[in-house]
Design a protein around this ligand. Structure first.
Ligand code: ZN
Length: 424
């Protein structure tokens, strides 16, 4: 049965009422459906708007007011990669990967469950959920049906904090998506929210060398550097979203008073490095980037943060963006910083800026160097190799590498140690 578009609004826990209002007669006590198709993801590839498409299966079941949705990212293995549940109390729970416990769903998972359950409960419905995304602005997640009666397709648009995904799925021609799922969340298998879940962790400001200050945002899982000059700061890496960008500025205001952020640069376009640009642009800082990144910064400035307006929209300011090719140097009597685009040597993105501090012999880079913690640390493979090749080709006398992501584990490593790890 079909009945128009279900327009959903937060709080998600009220969704059962929205669906009930649309569906007539009342939703059945039990239903289940299996869907197969593909998912196209965006956000972490070699250039802005590059995507990758992979097969996916979705299983959905409803029993009374409870729903359960399973994502199977490698359908051939049949392994369930994500389980989303709404329990009888209207609370949403998530279990991902090999985790044994359900945790309270983050807002993005609750949104997915909202549009999926509105689209799949008691027949076919279209569902739209408008919301304020902390990085993308005023956007919508949605689930919409299309196609002839025997070839119906469901398209789900899902915008998560760190990437976007579009699912296009349909009922399998032959049964096999295994719709028989149970969805209770046994109390012994769930853990309540922690401070980290709610993002309630403060910025950590630490001076790591003369004129070089590290700002770590644990909730965003990012590390930025504030490079201090005589009368201003250059911010390197802008973190994940508007809130993170605002936290970076607050930390700089507190610890480096009287030194405005005059320039901001990011290593590559991925969300953890560019998502917080808008509040920095709102302060009048100039974004400095190679050409593709400069175009992406312009796009970020035009994102729809209108209801209510964020700082940049309210300022009415046109973004200040400066483009460079190769290298860009900042220098005064107190400090020096060189932005170096190592490009495809990064084996990660087509433009990739590293931050060279010749006076401190520190090179700061986003996510090329190493992974892991303690003795389990390992070099980042071809990315790390490519970065070292770029350093060697330019004869940069680097002593210490500092890394932006992940924010946990070692934040810095002597260059010789990375070379040794790569030689193993
Ligand atoms: Zn990246």
């Amino acid at each position: 049965m079909r009945c128009g578009v279900v327009r959903l609004s937060i709080p998600v826990s009220l969704l059962a009422a929205c669906v009930g209002a649309c569906a007539s007669p009342a939703p059945p006590a039990e239903s289940s459906i299996g869907l197969v198709g593909r998912v196209t993801r965006e956000g972490h590839y070699d250039r802005p708007h590059a995507t990758r498409t992979l097969p996916i299966a979705i299983r959905f079941a409803q029993r009374g007011s409870c729903v359960r949705c399973e994502l199977i990212e490698m359908p051939r293995t049949g392994k369930v990669t994500t389980v989303l549940v709404r329990d009888a109390q209207g609370r949403e729970w998530t279990k991902t990967g090999d985790a044994s416990e359900f945790r309270p769903s983050p807002p993005e998972d609750a949104r997915f469950l909202a549009v999926a359950s509105a689209a799949l409960s008691d027949g076919e419905h279209d569902a739209v959920l408008a919301f304020r995304h902390p990085r993308l602005g005023d956007v919508s997640d949605s689930a919409t049906w299309s196609g002839a009666e025997d070839e119906r397709e469901l398209r789900i648009v899902w915008q998560r904090p760190t990437d976007s995904a579009e699912f296009v799925v349909h009922r399998p021609k032959e049964p096999g998506a295994g719709t028989d799922v149970s969805f209770e969340v046994p109390p012994t298998e769930r853990t309540e929210a922690t401070a980290a879940d709610t993002g309630a962790t403060a910025a950590v400001f630490r001076t790591i060398a003369d004129g070089v200050h590290e700002i770590t945002l644990p909730a965003a899982d990012t590390r930025s550097l504030a490079i201090e000059f005589a009368d201003h700061v250059v911010l390197c890496e802008a973190s994940l979203d508007n809130e993170a960008g605002t936290r970076l500025l607050a930390a700089i205001d507190e610890h480096l008073p009287g030194k405005p952020v005059r320039y901001v640069a990011f290593g590559h376009y991925h969300p953890h490095y560019t998502g917080g640009l808008r509040p920095v642009m709102a302060r009048g800082a100039t974004v400095v980037s190679p050409p593709l990144g400069a175009a992406f910064a312009r796009e970020i400035a035009s994102r729809p943060f209108l209801s209510p307006p964020d700082e940049l929209a309210a300022s009415g300011r046109a973004p200040a963006i400066e483009t460079f090719v190769g290298e860009r140097t900042f220098r005064d009597g107190t400090n020096e910083l060189v932005l170096v685009d190592i490009g495809e040597d990064s084996h990660h993105t087509v433009e990739y800026v590293v931050f060279w501090l010749p006076r401190q012999r520190i090179l700061f880079q986003g996510d090329l160097g190493w992974y892991g913690v303690g003795a389990g640390i390992r070099a980042g493979g071809e990315r790390a190799r490519g970065m070292l090749a770029a350093i060697d080709a330019r004869k940069l006398p680097v002593e210490t590498l500092v890394q932006g992501w992940p924010a946990t584990g070692r934040s810095s490593l002597p260059l010789v140690e990375l070379r040794a790890l790569l030689a193993k």
